[in-house]
Design a protein around this ligand. Structure first.
Ligand code: ATP
Length: 279
């Protein structure tokens, strides 16, 4: 994979959160409102994401977290507000366009091809990068063959990085849940995204699996320079790995800042302790 240039201390617009450097704003969500019929999923939400940042979105069930990720990757179009991505006002972008522009995501419920091997699942993440036409691919001839070899090499690099060499030929459906989540991360990484959206990457994992996943998220961010936006319910994980945290409740933003700032925010404490959110 292409390694990111290390962030220079004297670059303009470089910020430090918890000792790690983040760059200028890469994604700016301004006054986003989204409803489904009478249900207001998001009301006037604004926050930004800096390059190379690990940005968490937290909040009780039904707070609007997944809807927010779906707005970022073009699955939902908000009725109000604007999205500025890499300095450009993004209009009418669907999820294909978002993926093409460098935004990849994983899902709350694993969305892999269970009968296919780990390697083949990760290869599906390269689809957008494939340039040779269908006929050449079918004939497996010339440029198509060279291209496929290059894509496979990239996938093997990801497999090594995620330490899943031993299961590369195993059908995904036979793997334990924690490893399936890791394969899903691998598929998203295969697209070489600039921004990676992770929807509850640790859900359903045991402590050891969570530790592994945390390490991989930090390594992806560190070694490839990938900006990460994640939804996570495990507060220990969120507070440990995030640079900044945005807190939603009933579709409204009630907190935004460093883990320490958010931890001390009375509205956040009330949302988590005052209601029956179950967290
Ligand atoms: N496709 C949809 N159609 C109708 N209502 C929806 C849809 N998607 C989300 N909602 C509603 O929008 C609100 C926010 O839901 P969302 O799934 O974004 O919350 P969440 O914070 O991700 O919750 P959870 O932690 O339970 O995953 C909820 O009231 C939900 O019922």
């Amino acid at each position: 994979m292409t390694e990111a240039k290390p962030m220079q201390m004297n670059e303009p617009d470089v910020h430090f959160h918890g000792g790690r450097a983040t760059g200028p704003v890469i994604l700016d969500l301004r006054n986003i409102s989204l409803s489904f019929g009478g249900v207001k999923a998001l009301t006037d939400i604004s926050f930004d994401v800096r390059q190379h940042e690990i940005r968490a979105i937290i909040g009780p069930n039904g707070a609007g977290k997944s809807s927010m990720l779906n707005v970022i990757n073009g699955v939902y179009r908000p009725q109000q507000g604007e999205i500025v991505y890499r300095g450009q006002h993004r209009k009418n972008m669907d999820c294909y366009g978002a993926a093409k522009s460098g935004i990849a995501r994983t899902f709350q419920n694993i969305a892999l091809f269970k009968g296919m091997t780990v390697l083949d699942n990760i290869m599906t993440g390269r689809n957008l990068k494939m340039t040779s036409n269908f006929l050449l691919q079918a004939l497996y001839w010339g440029p198509a063959r060279r291209e496929e070899i290059a894509h496979r090499r990239k996938c093997e690099e990801i497999i090594d990085f995620l330490e899943i060499q031993h299961i590369r030929k195993t059908p995904v459906g036979r793997l334990p849940y924690g490893l399936q989540k890791r394969v899903e991360l691998g598929r998203a990484l295969a697209a070489e995204p600039e921004i990676l959206l992770l929807d509850e990457p640790m859900a359903g994992m045991n402590v050891e699996e969570k530790q592994d996943m945390c390490r991989f998220i930090l390594d992806v961010n560190d070694q490839f320079g990938t900006t990460i936006v994640l939804i996570e319910h495990d507060m220990g994980v969120v507070m440990d790995i995030s640079d900044r945290v945005v807190v939603l409740d009933y579709g409204c933003k009630i907190g935004d800042g460093t883990p320490d700032e958010v931890r001390g925010n009375p509205d956040v404490i009330k949302a988590y302790l005052g209601g029956d959110s179950g967290h």
